[in-house]
Design a protein around this ligand. Structure first.
Ligand SMILES: [Zn+2]
Ligand SMILES: [Zn+2]
Length: 235
């Protein structure tokens, strides 16, 4: 099985996780991880958004400094897809203060228009037309924002994974194999891998006890024949 040396996706009390930044970092150190990304939810999620971005970034900075000899701590944000045009709640005014931009689909966000809300939340049918529209939304987002990682693709919103992978590969955007939402089948994952896209394995931990808990994602990756060279946080 792949050896994962970093957790690329974790939540804290700044959105709806149960642990503090320090709790997550200590959990990662205990597991021997070399790097951890704190990635709470973007500003336009209606329930789980980072409540105070200044406090969030300050907290990460303090913990980063305190544990700098043990682990690397990255400041991330898990942004939300808001429209079929690919609008995302990218925190423009703080962009230089984040290290990593993750982006994925979540319901209960402030959709750009009422029709986006209908199309993406209420009527997310797997019709050909809907899948095409959703996939195009992700592609547009990759064109419009400096996205590093597309998180849990296919979760909550049906997309054409292969088309997404092809475009991500072209743009140098990483596709996540999420341990909490391992939506890919091994066959889909293996087809995506053939595009040359790179993957990240993220726990999507919402409590310190789940930091570094990659097992469901690793099982999928193994079944799909994914190698360490294809995963940014493996060796
Ligand atoms: Zn998410
Ligand atoms: Zn998450």
């Amino acid at each position: 099985m792949l050896k994962i040396v970093a957790d690329t996706h974790t939540h804290t009390v700044h959105s709806h996780g149960t642990g503090t930044v320090e709790d997550n970092v200590k959990a990662a150190i205990a597991l021997g991880l070399r790097r951890i990304t704190i990635s709470d939810h973007g500003p336009l999620h209606m329930c789980y958004n980072i409540k105070d971005v200044e406090a969030y970034l300050r907290d990460i900075e303090t913990v980063r400094e305190a544990y700098k000899n043990d682990i690397e701590v990255l400041a991330g944000v898990e942004m939300n897809l808001l429209s079929s045009e690919g609008d995302v709640d990218f925190p423009e005014q703080w962009k230089d203060r984040f290290d990593v931009f993750l982006m994925g689909y979540h319901k209960l966000v402030r959709y750009k228009t009422l029709s986006d809300r209908f199309n993406m939340m209420l009527f997310k049918r797997s019709t050909e037309k809907a899948v095409e529209r959703n996939t195009q939304a992700y592609l547009n987002a990759m064109d419009r924002y400096p996205i590093d990682i597309i998180v849990h693709p296919g979760y909550g919103l049906p997309v054409d994974l292969l088309k997404l992978a092809e475009y991500a590969a072209k743009k140098g955007v990483v596709m996540e194999i999420n341990a909490k939402h391992p939506e890919f089948t091994p066959e889909e994952l293996s087809a995506c891998a053939k595009t040359g896209v790179k993957f990240s394995v993220g726990s999507d931990a919402h409590s310190p006890g789940r930091v570094g808990d990659f097992l469901p994602a690793l099982k999928k990756a193994e079944a799909a024949g994914i190698t360490a060279e294809q995963v940014i946080n493996a060796e």
